[in-house]
Write a protein that binds this ligand. Structure first.
Ligand code: IPE
Ligand code: MG
Length: 222
């Protein structure tokens, strides 16, 4: 969800207004995804690297994400959305936010229509470090280290590999997002800044995805 700062700067507004404007983009994308029958969305809300930003912006983002959680979780729950989080839980995130995260996951745990996974305090390398660390702690033997074993130790072992990854704001980078999971994802880049993103932009990306030929390293057999 990139481009909030630039969106605000172009309007002569503080960067944080761009983050605030991203809420409507997120909600419209979620409702649009539900209408289209999309079963799983993972959004990059806050990265392990975002702590490097000025302390006021970090504080704003913590409070903003917390408020978003509290104000939106009931409607998401009623819509059948399971809300969950991936990322480092016990590092830097205020205890109060962790409590709201746990409550939200519990509230929505049995919902089946869609999973909304929030990557919060998330980094792809950190996730792999945490997975390796957990495996070492379990004393896993070298010959038991496999792709399956690694996947089992990711933040959400049940998360399917994304079919499509969208990056907004005209940046052509992965920025440490879902490094393990996007090995074969189709990547769509758009110039649209996140606060301007709407369901139609999601549908454009899905249409582009539908025109791609996915071979997973094999040959097209059709
Ligand atoms: C993305 O927008 C929001 C977060 C990283 C939380 P940015 O804040 O990165 O916006 P730009 O890239 O400066 O425009
Ligand atoms: Mg950015």
């Amino acid at each position: 969800m990139d481009g909030n700062g630039r969106w605000a700067e172009r309007r002569g507004l503080p960067r944080t207004d761009g983050h605030a404007a991203g809420e409507e983009a997120l909600m419209d994308t979620i409702w649009g995804a539900l209408d289209a029958g999309i079963r799983w969305i993972t959004v990059y809300a806050f990265s392990t690297e975002n702590w490097k930003r000025p302390v006021e912006e970090v504080r704003f983002l913590m409070g903003f994400n917390e408020r978003l959680l509290l104000t939106r979780r009931d409607e998401l729950n009623e819509a059948g959305v399971k809300v969950q989080f991936i990322g480092r839980r016990n590092w830097r995130v205020p205890r109060r936010v962790l409590k709201h995260i746990a409550d939200t996951e519990e509230l929505t745990a049995n919902n089946k229509r869609m999973t909304l996974s929030m990557a919060f305090n998330y980094g792809g390398r950190a996730e792999l470090v945490d997975a390796v660390s957990a495996m070492v702690a379990e004393g896993i033997k070298p010959d038991k280290v496999s792709e399956k074993a690694i996947r089992k130790h990711l933040y959400d072992p049940k998360m399917p590999d994304p079919e499509l990854m969208i990056r907004t704001s005209g940046e052509y980078r992965i920025s440490n997002y879902l490094l393990w999971q996007i090995a074969y994802s189709e990547l769509v880049f758009t110039e649209v800044l996140w606060p301007d993103f709407r369901r139609e932009d999601l549908y454009d990306a899905v249409r582009e995805y539908q025109n791609r030929e996915r071979r997973f390293g094999g040959l097209d057999t059709e």
